[in-house]
Design a protein around this ligand. Structure first.
Ligand code: RIB
Length: 299
């Protein structure tokens, strides 16, 4: 299907929300271990895999697989990883006309996954750091979308400019401030919905009180929503066999964006199911569920 000049996956309904995702694309180099080495120690890993990821790409794939019409704004490098990264988004039906190719390395995430599914991640920004400006075509994508979704693996001024433009054009804004860092006050003023985990909520602090909607992921315990009128809602988690928690928050955020118009309870339920399913296989993007899998789990 072609929506306003951009190719979008055929299975998305015409009335599905249009989600613009501004974010990172990384090749994840995933090593599984029994336990992490201590400083100075060398240990044998159990397994290794290269899996396309990046918070932006994972959230875009999650939004598309859960039924949204998704347009991606970001960059890959000119290295051997770039074709596979681009393919991930294309295969998921994400429109990639605004995905630039820049000279040099793509974003790289070195990830260690322990036996209990917990991970440690080191990200080298690569091409993501080159997304320093949004041109007129990028801004048109933001203005035309129902919702803009951002994280913090791109330069902060770019994220701030996108949020400002979205606000000026009545596009709903969702920010997942991950990896968490200090942000200018004025950026927060353009955020309608913040999606944080407990650690991020602590680190961001009181500024969250000024965001109309705050959704906090609680891991296996589900998720919590606080609305503009102070209303609160907690949705329980969905029990699954955890293999790898990498990207669970991204699956949650992408599904939440698409389901947002259903209201907090439905949106959080679907997002919790998506996040839970995303932990059931190794690799962030590998286990992001589609709409049918989300609905089957909720049934
Ligand atoms: O949130 C998970 C993602 O964080 C991984 O895919 C990795 O690329 C890092 O950006």
């Amino acid at each position: 299907m072609d929506v306003q000049g951009m190719d979008i996956g055929a299975e998305q309904a015409r009335d599905a929300p249009v989600i613009a995702v501004l974010g990172s694309v990384n090749m994840d180099l995933v090593t599984t271990v029994t336990r992490r080495p201590v400083p100075g120690e060398t240990i044998a890993g159990r397994d290794f895999a290269t899996v396309p990821g990046g918070k932006g790409a994972n959230q875009a794939v999650a939004a598309s697989r859960s039924g949204g019409r998704v347009r991606f704004l970001g960059a890959v490098g000119s290295d051997v990883f770039a074709p596979r990264l681009r393919e991930l988004l294309d295969e998921a039906g994400v429109a990639t006309e605004r995905l630039r190719t820049v000279e040099g390395s793509s974003g790289i995430a070195t990830i260690v996954v322990e036996e209990n599914g917990e991970n440690s991640i080191i990200v080298v920004g690569g091409a993501n750091a080159a997304v320093s400006e949004l041109d007129a075509d990028d801004l048109a994508v933001v203005a035309d979308a129902d919702m803009l979704v951002c994280q913090l693996e791109l330069p902060v001024p770019t994220v701030a400019a996108a949020l400002r433009h979205a606000r000026a054009h009545s596009t709903i804004t969702m920010l997942n401030p991950s990896p968490v860092r200090d942000l200018p006050e004025e950026l927060w003023a353009d955020v309608d919905i913040a999606v944080v985990n407990r650690g991020e909520a602590r680190r961001v602090g009181a500024v969250l009180d000024r965001i109309p909607h705050v959704v906090t992921t609680l891991g296996a315990d589900g998720a919590h929503h606080r609305g503009p009128d102070g209303s609160e809602l907690t949705v329980p988690g969905v029990a699954v066999e955890v293999v790898d928690t990498t990207g669970a928050g991204d699956a949650f955020t992408g599904a939440l964006a698409v389901a947002w118009s259903r209201g907090p309870r439905q949106a959080l339920r679907r997002a919790c199911a998506a996040g839970a399913l995303a932990t059931t296989a190794l690799g962030a993007s590998a286990s992001i569920p589609d709409r049918a899998a989300i609905e089957a789990l909720l049934d």
